[in-house]
Design a protein around this ligand. Sequence first.
Ligand code: MOS
Length: 699
Amino acid sequence: MSDAATEQGRDRARVDGPLKVAGLAPYAYEHEVGEALFLAPVLSTVATGEITGIDTDAARAVPGVHLVLTHDNAPRLALPTLPTLAVLRKPRVRYRGEIVAAVVADTLEAARHAASLVQVGYAPGEADVRVDQHGRDVRSVRRVMGVYPGQHAVGDVDAALAGAAYRVEGDYATPVNHHNPIEPHSAVALWHEGVGRLAGPRTTRLTLWDSNQGVVAPQGVLAGAFGLLPTQVEVISPYVGGSFGTKGMPHPHLVVTVMAARMLPGRAVKVALTRPQMFSGTGYRPETRQRVTLAADEQGRLQAVDHEVFAPVSRVIPWLDPTAGPSLSMYASTTRRVGYRAQHLDIAPGTFMRAPGEYTGMFALESAMDELARDSGIDPIELRLRNEPETDPESGKPWSSRHVTTCLTEGARVFGFEQQQEPGGRREGEWLLGMGVACASFPQMGMGPSLARITFTGGRYVVSMQASDIGTGAWTVLAQIAAQALDVPQDQVEAQIGRSDAPYAIIAGGSTGTFGWGSAVVEAAVAFREEHGSDPAEGATARARGRMPKGVRGVTRMAFGAHFAEVAVSEVSGEVRVRRLYGHFDGGRIMNPRTARSQLVGGMTMGLSGALFEESYRDPRFGHVVNADLAGYHVAAHADVVDVEVGWIGEPDPWMGATGAKGIGEVGIVGVPAAIGNAIFDATGLRLRELPFTPGRVL
Ligand code: MOS
């Protein structure tokens, strides 16, 4: 066996790391495109209503201004597939913070200044923006995200609740969270026209440097809106400075920037949203109210899991997270019920945010499990072990693999997990100490097959596909997978990703990149060796489509984990400090311990931040977020993240395709707030059911 045979699973630093650290990895906004122009959007200041007039005189008088774009002069586009993207079409506002105009100027400063001078007249409408379970337009939901049941019951839940030995019931609340990647949403748009005999609609091309999770989304959406073939839209996104879901689908600023560039022939137009602008037009994790009721017999075996979800949705796109997802699959229970209600409001739409649904739902479910453990006097780990389902409780299908038991027991051993019989008994001065545990799970969705191409050139194998590295390590791991499959050292392989002129790939979403793209890379390597052998000629190339094992629909695939937290809670200030956080994971085969650890530690850090700090406040009059910057929206700082560590089982999952890897980008965040909340209970005897655990809620 050559050295390469062990490339899979080897600790490798990120190949893009030195470039990023040295400032040599250009982000979308930084591409040199000659003399670029700069776009600044103007956002609505009312929640709904008609625009009665826009006075652009003062803005157009600013030196260096090239264009003020409004619904009056914007190009008429085909109706975009996403209603959010229907911007500058009509003199109408659908939520506060919607783009109603934009200024393009020689400098960013001139554009922003001129944008501030645009005078928009409104006839405000009746706006429904207050989140209220008893509000006007609250509807029962039939399906969530197209796949999850909105109303669903197995067995007689009410009878089970009535007859159970133990029963816990609690109302939980989670706030709006915003993604806040450090690189803001940014793009550069440049149109090219065919000249002379080549002029015409089919020779027009658009080049877009854009910060996104995959080039296919902007390519398809913009081609549709501007009446082009997808091949006429070139999207280039090699380096992305974080996303967490917010760059999965295009947002209105992108459409407006491409419109502006269309009106300024030959000029590239740049846009970078400001931090406050990212709080209104680029999605968020919606708030939830949840009621979870659990019932168990004398031995702690669940007789009922009942999970009701209420969440506001936008009238523009009724985005709703599958918050009750964990209650369908986490534990065996004789009966089970989930139900969703959504309140339709005149607010900006939410979107995917790291582990959508699973994150909010697992907070409620795993807090309730802790309460059940306390009430029944059963050790919290033992209680979970007693409710391990042998097969998927929802579908009855076997698990592709499920190592929750090992995550719990091995995690507890590594961490030194030990709770108090009675909470509140451990202290250091003003600090009460406690420990908590909670499980994590995340479904492994197939999002369709990707393609990869391998070309031998200059003595190296170049693997290209449209895949995207949003900070995950995909640049590195895809090259490792190829090296392993080709049986060559990694330094003979180079990945090329983040461009639309490469073979089609699904976006970096749903934690599917490594196994989905990786499967295509392995297939391409197999095809390459079959066609060209091990001594290929210069330029030899092969391409193939990824695939999943036959019969994969007959199993349920999920990543799992268990989190352990140790907290100190100040009796004086109510401050919560997380002293230690440890997660033990079932993520299938680990392709690269360094990038894997980084994904899991990153997820857990985000969970810690969500548990203690993150909360977007809506203005009750207009429904927009008022703490719309990093001064008002608190994200954990270094001093808050003391000791976060991870371990894993590492056993390949036979149903995850050629890599045997489960996706681990999201499972790390799931359950962290519950582990911390359960530790706060152990420390203080306080059961906190509302995130985040700020001092005001602790005292
Ligand atoms: Mo990610 S929240 O799967 O885009």
